[in-house]
Design a protein around this ligand. Structure first.
Ligand code: CP
Length: 350
């Protein structure tokens, strides 16, 4: 495996990696996936390595795929629940004997393992937009082993890697001429992160698709990430169009990626406190934004529906779409979490 320049690196955002580096991780992921299908073992890739996994938020896919992934590469995982270990704290935010300063935790964990993976977003950081990523960066500053972001409010790079792996299995690495319809979708919850949208579009933008992104005017994404997506698309031969209806995103699309996410303008730092009640009222205005058969019928006959899961059935997507000919790809996408993360861990963990 040629992983030059990748060993020892942190995996915090996809923007920290070049397209070539992301392709290296994908190449390894695809080889390991083929091995899985053939029931070949590859426990010699990271033998005896330990992954510390720290979850501040619930998870099904991320926990299981990292745990199974490191095990299949020959290592093992520790699931650390912060309430059972003590809450990591930034300098100045400590409470005696309830929290532990991140600089200390990172150095201790580094001495007992080979990588530290962290998920921290939403309520546990008061919806402060960049706080989760600042905490993960603080771990990375003090850790002597790679730090992996398992999702914060801004980024979900493991998901983005699995998404682009899924797209490349469908269409190859050259996505020029492919229309990716991307959309906000309705959910009664006001707590679904925006990170998967960011990283779905960011990862895809490296490979030249035509992204048509539909959202109600109040549901903007991070302008810095939007700019990076546009810059990538200019370089890769794709295009970026923003529209205001899911129908426009779905029309003639190869893929419709439709999922709910929070309204950033009703969260800190724009507001002092998260405005969930107001957000709920706002979402009700767009209650019919569901990926349903009527919308999928506007897309190409062999179009796929994608969603990082978990999804809110009957709200973000209808049962007919998720369980029909369009929805299987969302489960390929979930499976690829395992393979893509194995490719990434094999690349960065020394
Ligand atoms: N897509 C994803 O990250 O799923 P989990 O929240 O179940 O980990």
């Amino acid at each position: 495996m040629i992983t030059e320049g990748l060993k020892g690196r942190d995996f915090i955002t996809l923007r920290d990696f070049s397209k070539a580096e992301i392709e290296t991780m994908l190449d390894i992921a695809l080889r390991l996936k083929a091995d899985n299908v053939m029931r070949r073992q590859h426990t010699d890739v990271l033998p005896g390595r330990t992954l510390h996994m720290m979850f501040f938020n619930p998870s099904l896919r991320t926990r299981i795929s990292y745990e199974a992934g490191i095990f299949e590469l020959g290592g093992n995982a520790h699931f650390l629940e912060p309430s059972a270990t003590r809450v990591p704290a930034l300098e100045g935010e400590e409470t005696a004997y309830l929290t532990e300063r991140i600089s200390d935790m990172a150095r201790v964990l580094s001495r007992m393992g080979d990588a530290i993976a962290i998920r921290i977003l939403g309520d546990v950081v008061g919806w402060e937009y960049d706080k989760g990523q600042r905490i993960i960066q603080e771990f990375a500053k003090w850790s002597e082993v790679p730090v992996i972001n398992m999702e914060d409010n801004i980024s979900h790079p493991s998901q983005g890697l699995a998404d682009i792996m899924t797209l490349s299995e469908l269409y190859g690495r050259d996505l020029r001429g492919r229309k990716l319809g991307v959309s906000w979708a309705y959910s009664p919850s006001t707590k679904k992160p925006i990170a998967p949208h960011h990283d779905f579009m960011y990862a895809a933008s490296l490979f030249g698709p035509d992204i048509v992104f539909a959202h109600p005017p109040e549901m903007r994404i991070d302008p810095e990430i939007e700019k990076a997506i546009q810059t990538n698309l200019e370089a890769s031969g794709g295009s970026y169009t923003v529209v205001d209806s899911m129908e426009d995103a779905a029309e003639d699309a190869d893929v419709l990626y439709a999922k709910n996410y929070v309204a950033l303008d009703l969260l800190p730092p724009v507001t002092q406190e998260p405005q969930h009640e107001e957000m709920s009222k706002l979402f009700e205005k767009y209650r019919d934004w569901t990926a349903d058969k009527k919308r999928m019928d506007l897309a190409k006959p062999d179009a796929r529906y994608m969603h990082c899961l978990p999804c809110d059935r009957g709200f973000e997507v209808s049962d007919e779409v998720l369980d029909g000919k369009w929805g299987e790809t969302a489960f390929d996408e979930a499976e690829n979490r395992l393979h893509a993360q194995k490719g990434m861990m094999a690349s960065i963990i020394p």
